[in-house]
Ligand binder design. Structure first.
Ligand code: AP5
Length: 217
């Protein structure tokens, strides 16, 4: 099982990825999480990408493509993987296609912009594990604490409203064209292209998970 979760920032990719990866026993490859770890650890990569990430812009295609190629060559990716937040530009999608990386599914989670601004204001994250909560829609058992470890949850630096609006405009300009890219590929070459599924991402987390499971079954 090799799949892409496509959608705007805050559409619920990370939330659904948790369920899909558990069910199919595949690793979640979140380029955003990999970059945030690099920033936290103060690596050369982290220093390079910190400013652009905090402003809501995209990191350069070369950096991302190298990062992903290296990650999918690891043994835990042999039986599949889930891309969360990648590809995000046409050149990134082309790099996978030209590199012969076969994909089974693209799942688009579609959510209107105004809903997204509200969701990201209430998002809380357990940084070491990547577990995601929302203060109202998906609250932890104890406010501000991770359900598994009891550690403190944080708010991401790029979840401020002005940054979220910038991330949304970057999404519409650079990432949304991938919807057409994968739909056209599926129509023209169904044998080799990944199957395309569009899920309306507004509703309870459980209901969206059910729709994603149906699409993948
Ligand atoms: P990244 O970490 O990938 O962020 P993103 O795509 O902007 O997506 P998010 O993680 O913000 O949202 P999500 O869709 O996972 O939503 P979530 O499940 O958390 O990227 C960050 C930055 O890294 C980029 O801006 C860029 O700079 C850089 N970067 C990363 N990849 C790159 C690439 N390939 N190329 C270039 N640069 C790259 O849900 C959001 C909230 O909503 C949560 O609180 C959740 O609990 C809640 N929620 C989820 N589902 C529902 C629901 N159904 N109803 C109500 N609330 C819900």
């Amino acid at each position: 099982m090799r799949l892409i979760l496509l959608g705007a920032p805050g559409a619920g990719k990370g939330t659904q990825a948790q369920f899909i990866c558990e069910r199919f026993k595949i690793p979640q490859i979140s380029t955003g999480d990999m970059l945030r770890t690099a920033i936290k650890e103060g690596t050369e990569l982290g220093l390079k990408v910190k400013e652009i990430m905090n402003s809501g812009g995209l990191v350069s295609d070369d950096i991302i493509i190298d990062l992903v190629k290296e990650r999918i060559s690891q043994p835990d990716c042999e039986n599949g993987f889930l891309f969360d937040g990648f590809p995000r530009t046409i050149p990134q999608a082309d790099a996978m296609k030209e590199g012969g990386v076969k994909l089974d599914h693209v799942v688009e989670i579609a959510v209107p912009d105004e809903e997204i601004v509200n969701r990201l204001a209430g998002r809380r994250v357990h940084q070491p594990s990547g577990r995601i909560y929302h203060v109202e829609h998906n609250p932890p058992k104890e406010p501000g604490k991770d359900d598994v470890t009891g550690e403190t949850l944080i708010q991401r630096e790029d979840d401020q409203e002005s940054t979220v609006r910038n991330r949304l405009s970057v999404y519409h300009e650079q990432t949304a064209p991938l919807v057409d890219y994968y739909q056209q590929w599926a129509a023209q070459d169904p044998e080799n292209a990944p199957e395309y599924h569009r899920i309306e991402g507004v509703g309870s987390v459980t209901d969206i998970t059910r729709q994603v499971k149906e699409a993948l079954s």
